[in-house]
Design a protein around this ligand. Structure first.
Ligand code: UD2
Ligand code: MN
Length: 583
């Protein structure tokens, strides 16, 4: 019995050895991290087909492949040079049929060569930068769940073909428990035959982890100096990796994002998004793109890293030890969403910084839906964001809940470990972050003259969005006033009167023109003009400065519209804010 027991244990040990260590015989430092199995990983596969007698032999093989890819003559096939793919009527019909499942045009993708050419979207000056030869190497981690085959392997092709071999330690494709047959044996076979030197490794989780825990698992498997995360539908562009590695070599405590180019979800066309944008957020917990503030822009050259308050999430690079030092990701976050703002706030508040690297360009297929399921139909983005707010946003979480009152009584799980992490790292406050990293962020109830609802006492109605989303241009309506615009009440009636005399919300301002009489919500431009208003607290009038007209309303029922009219002091022109702030 004892012998059998011993044999059994040996068997288990051998299985684990095979499972978690990729059997690269040429280099002992290629061992997978010891704690990989703590994240419920299943099989780790694809031992290299080829064996090399020395590291030199291996590198020679890789260099030959890299040079061959670089010198490949121009081809003329579909999608080459990043051009849009044109389909026949028949093909288009098939593409439309598959769109719901794939959430992008898979027929077009299948026509494009796996190693297609794309045009160089970098600023010309990027091509003249000389990086030192000695740079750290990188593990590229790509997690995926139910992704289409061709974009996934095209991601790997672009990485292997456009990263100099001495900097590319490995590409980790981590299957987050997909239930698509073609992502099983086919993928293994493809990887084994295409990259017989083992540069691309395939692993699989043994339960659905969600992208956040999957990325953590991938990071634990990785053994390169730097971690680079990419989505499973990317194409990296020329010279993408050097500027990232150089910046990390210069500065250890930095999290970097390449500039994201767009790969069209319908045509596979590769294009830059025009101009460099950086990240922001909205109080409801979403990431937003925004232009570089003028104060930063004036001192920047086109090749300089650009500080950004937040990142989009998918495409980032960080020194591997630093990633774990500052707490990786929050493993309590499920499936999708929220982790991008979490790592952004955390990095800044805990002593690091976040930068966009304009000379590093990576294309990404932006899709308007997800090809994978959301178990139990939970609002994972909301719950993940609640964790973020509870751990990192201090008293400013009131603004998050102002927009997400539905989450106030939802259970987002235990966050005590993350709070302990914040203490351990001695991170700064969210107020510090807002003041120092994102001073442009508008805080609707701070440093303003008045805020809350804007009520007309005669009708007891308040300015209201009437259920519309203020991301597009909308007229301002009127509706029954909510009791209090504080936490727990819909944000549809919350406005403020800013120090610059705007009547505004987070990003949009009340705007009227001499052509009048309509009052619309438009993006705030900060130039006063059509967006300047003066409120007299005694008389209650709100005057549109340019036209010298008064905010008025035309309804006595339960709802209506506001407009600007000649000032005549009648009751429909009297307004009061919920809160006035003394200066
Ligand atoms: C963006 C990010 C994405 C992530 C997300 C918020 C970019 C370009 N992408 O959404 O990386 O930060 O915001 O969480 O910034 N996946 C799994 N398991 C899952 C779900 C997804 O492995 O349960 C994979 C998926 O196959 C893909 C990656 O995670 O490779 C990102 O998912 P996505 O492409 O659907 O996310 P995206 O681009 O909408
Ligand atoms: Mn994506």
């Amino acid at each position: 019995l004892g012998c059998f027991g011993l044999l059994y244990l040996c068997g288990v040990f051998y299985f684990l050895h095979v499972a978690f260590h990729d059997r690269t015989e040429y280099d002992s430092e290629f061992e997978a991290a010891d704690d990989a199995d703590s994240v419920a990983l299943g099989i780790g596969v694809v031992p290299p087909k080829l064996k090399f007698s020395s590291r030199e032999a291996l590198m020679a093989f890789r260099y030959k492949r890299y040079e061959r890819a670089k010198r490949r003559p121009q081809r003329d096939g579909p999608g080459e040079m990043g051009k849009p793919v044109i389909l026949t009527v028949e093909e288009q019909r098939e593409a439309d049929r598959l769109f719901a499942k794939e959430t992008f045009n898979v027929v077009a993708s299948n026509k494009v060569a796996m190693d297609r050419s794309i045009h160089d979207t970098r600023h010309p000056e990027c091509k003249n930068v000389n990086y030192p030869k000695a740079l750290p190497n990188a593990s590229i981690v790509v997690v995926f769940c139910n992704e289409a085959f061709t974009p996934l392997v095209r991601t790997a092709h672009s990485i292997v073909n456009r990263s100099p071999p001495e900097y590319l330690h490995e590409v980790i494709l981590l299957d987050d428990y997909s239930d698509r047959p073609e992502l099983g044996d086919n993928l293994l076979e493809y990887v084994e035959n295409t990259w017989p030197d083992g540069i691309v490794k395939v692993y699989r989780t043994n339960e659905r982890s969600g992208l956040i825990r999957a990325k953590l698992a991938g990071a634990m498997l990785a053994t390169g100096d730097v971690l680079i995360f990419l989505d499973a539908h990317c194409e990296v562009n020329n010279g993408w990796i050097e500027p990232i590695l150089y910046r990390i070599k210069e500065k250890h405590s930095v999290v970097l994002c390449p500039m994201i180019d767009s790969i069209n979800d319908k045509t596979l066309e590769y294009s830059d998004q025009g101009g460099v944008q950086i990240g922001g957020f909205s109080w409801n917990g979403h990431f937003t793109w925004r232009p570089i503030p003028k104060s930063i822009k004036q001192d920047l050259s086109p090749t300089d890293p650009v500080r950004s308050p937040t990142m989009a999430g998918g495409l980032l690079a960080v020194d591997r030890s630093y990633f774990f030092e500052i707490g990786g990701y929050d493993p309590g976050m499920d499936i999708w969403g929220g982790e991008n703002l979490e790592i952004s706030f955390r990095t800044w508040m805990c002593g690091g910084s976040l930068e966009f690297i304009p000379c590093s360009r990576v294309g990404h297929i932006f899709r308007s839906a997800h090809p994978y399921s959301f178990p139990d139909h939970k609002d994972v983005h909301g719950l993940n964001s609640k964790r973020l707010a509870e751990v990192w946003m201090d008293e400013y979480k009131r603004l998050f809940y102002m927009h997400r009152k539905d989450l106030l009584d939802k259970d987002a799980g235990d966050v005590s470990d993350r709070i302990a992490l914040r203490k351990k790292l001695k991170c700064r406050s969210f107020k510090w972050y807002l003041e120092n990293v994102y001073p442009e962020k508008y805080i609707i109830d701070e440093n303003v003259k008045a805020w809350g609802y804007i009520r007309n006492p005669q009708s007891s109605l308040c300015l209201d969005l009437l259920g519309k989303d203020d991301k597009t241009v909308i007229p301002v309506g009127l509706f029954y006033c909510q009791i209090s615009a504080g936490v727990g009440i819909s944000s549809n009636q919350i406005f403020s009167w800013s120090q610059d005399n705007e009547l505004r919300r987070e990003e949009v301002c009340l705007d009227a023109t001499p052509a009048g009489p309509d009052v619309l919500l438009l993006p705030c431009h900060g130039l006063k003009g059509h967006q300047e208003w003066y409120h007299n607290m005694e008389s209650g009038i709100i005057k549109h400065v340019v036209t010298n007209k008064c905010l008025d309303h035309n309804n006595v029922g339960s709802s209506g519209k506001v407009s600007i009219q000649e000032c005549d002091g009648k009751d429909s022109q009297i307004w009061a804010f919920e809160h006035y702030i003394e200066s």
